[in-house]
Design a protein around this ligand. Structure first.
Ligand SMILES: [Ca+2]
Length: 319
């Protein structure tokens, strides 16, 4: 009888040990095969990573929880446009003034916008995430069927990234979704847009603010940032304005002239032919109308959300 209990206990223990990592998970085993065949990784190396990669239920809980979709602008705004984030942003701008000026010169993106992104994403690098990226991406790749294809792809990109940059794959931490560093780049963005802005041979946006600043600027440039152009301006809506134009796709598909025709008058003189959207945001004092221009759309390429993009813009204006 005792022997039987012991056997059951041992089986349970070995099952628990297996459940904690991804070495025996069929999806992860197929992933190992693919990394070996497709990218010529050493099998023992990738197997070793899967043995270290641990399923984190907190990641699955976090990703299932919607964040900004439920909030109105007046509440969302308070999270980001507050005194501590503004004053820390001013300090960041002073500390990195030379680097920000060089990034602005090279990529055409204002220092305030770069700083605001880093401020919204990680409070200027003070909160870059606490999950090991190998755990978050493995958990989402192999235990979150809804988006497993995407995260499996990011895990693949992660392995390529650490090989290219010479990083320790077990040492890097990030968000629950595997976003890393000051600007929270997911692995594919890291590989496409991160730059070595201090010239030491490594594009390190995780520990090096100089590389992080250059990389955020490059991201914006590559997504079509228009140097010296406006981002968004307020508008007034006439009594007979056409609601049907409000909050359509983030991509500008109207012209400023179309918007004026529909009853939305920008607070500044704009090029009548400029591509634009019109947004209605619920502010403290009622509905606010904003004309979104191309550069607003570019901010939204960082995070496909109107509220996010407006928070970045307004924070950038507050420094
Ligand atoms: Ca560097």
């Amino acid at each position: 009888m005792q022997k039987g209990i012991l056997l059951v206990l041992m089986l349970l223990l070995s099952f628990a040990a297996q459940a904690e990592n991804y070495s025996k998970q069929p999806g992860a085993q197929a992933f190992v095969d693919e990394m070996v065949a497709k990218h010529d990784f050493d099998r023992a190396y990738v197997e070793g990573l899967m043995l270290q990669a641990t399923r984190k239920d907190r990641i699955l809980e976090a990703i299932a929880r919607p964040a900004e979709k439920t909030k109105e602008w007046k509440d969302y705004r308070k999270i980001f446009i507050q005194n501590s984030r503004i004053s820390k942003g001013r300090v960041f701008m002073q500390t990195h003034a030379d680097t920000l000026a060089r990034a602005e010169q090279e990529y055409g993106v204002p220092a305030e916008i770069i700083t605001a992104i880093i401020g919204v994403e990680t409070r200027y690098g003070s909160n870059k995430g606490s999950y090991r990226v190998v755990d978050s991406l493995s958990t989402l790749a192999f235990d979150y069927p809804k988006r497993s294809k995407f995260f499996r792809g990011q895990l693949e990109q992660y392995l390529l990234l650490v090989r290219e940059q010479g990083f320790d794959p077990l040492a890097i931490k990030g968000s629950y979704a595997g976003a890393m560093g000051y600007g929270q780049f997911i692995p594919s963005s890291y590989r496409h847009y991160a730059v070595d802005f201090d010239g030491d041979g490594v594009a390190d946006i995780i520990n090096n603010p100089v590389d992080a600043i250059g990389s955020v600027a490059n991201y914006f440039k590559q997504h079509g940032w228009q140097k010296g152009e406006l981002v968004t301006v307020t508008a007034t809506a006439s009594a007979d304005h056409d609601d049907a134009l409000i909050d359509k796709k983030l991509k500008p598909k109207y012209t400023v002239a179309d918007l004026q025709q529909a009853g939305f008058v920008p607070s500044q003189t704009l090029d009548q032919n400029a591509q634009a959207t019109i947004m209605g945001l619920q502010g403290e004092a009622g509905m606010e109308y904003w004309v979104g221009l191309k550069n607003f759309y570019v901010i939204s390429r960082y995070n496909h959300s109107r509220l996010y993009s407006m928070a970045v813009f307004q924070l950038s204006e507050s420094f």
